[in-house]
Ligand binder design. Structure first.
Ligand SMILES: [Zn+2]
Length: 195
């Protein structure tokens, strides 16, 4: 049975409504401006669904043209789906809005922001496509599969990382100095044997 016949049967049976079936028309998405790193992750999340579902997205420049609006929040105020963080979806009658935590561009972003944001964005886009949360292991729609480090953990990492690189530097310098000393001793020994 072709996809079109399946869709028609589902529509006639009332299992799905016309709103649930995107008949190949692209979904218009407006992404609030942030920075290239964060915006790229959103494009990657959209590509994920284009690959795994028969949907296509179209970026629009005007927020009023959008079916889905992606917004950023520096502080998500405990509203996020993942231990109060990450992101959530607001479903309006006219459109859906995805609010995502902005991770900045410092250490936080490079340590876990990029990886976490992609998973959060895929999850929230999943909701806008009508998918519900699951508890299936390893499923992108399982909110438990996304863990965001607490602020305390980050403070500890923020302290340990510079501290460990300092000790690493001391270690390297000490080894280099002992290498130079060994080289000089060997050179002097060779010179002594020649004499
Ligand atoms: Zn969810």
């Amino acid at each position: 049975m072709s996809r079109a016949i399946v869709v028609i049967c589902l529509l006639l049976s009332g299992v799905v409504s016309f709103a649930d079936v995107n008949m190949g028309a692209p979904i218009d998405v407006y992404i609030e401006h942030s920075d290239p790193n964060h915006e790229q992750v959103i494009l990657d999340a959209m590509k994920y669904w284009e690959k795994h579902r028969s949907v296509s997205f179209n970026i629009v420049e005007n927020v009023n043209d959008a079916d889905i609006v992606v917004r950023w929040a520096e502080d998500i105020n405990g509203k996020g789906e993942f231990g109060g963080r990450g992101g959530y979806v607001i479903v309006d009658t006219s459109r859906k809005e995805i609010v995502l935590e902005y991770f900045g561009n410092g250490l936080k972003w490079w340590l876990y922001g990029k990886r976490v944001l992609k998973m959060v964005a895929i999850h929230e886009f999943g909701h806008t496509l009508g998918l519900q949360d699951t508890n299936k292991l390893g499923d992108v729609m399982n909110p438990k599969s996304i863990r965001i480090p607490s602020k305390t953990t980050l403070k500890i990492i923020g302290f340990l990382l510079p501290a460990s690189s300092f000790f690493m530097l001391v270690f390297i310098v000490r080894h280099y100095l002992s290498y130079l000393r060994a080289k000089r001793e060997r050179y002097e020994l060779e010179r002594f044997m020649k004499e």
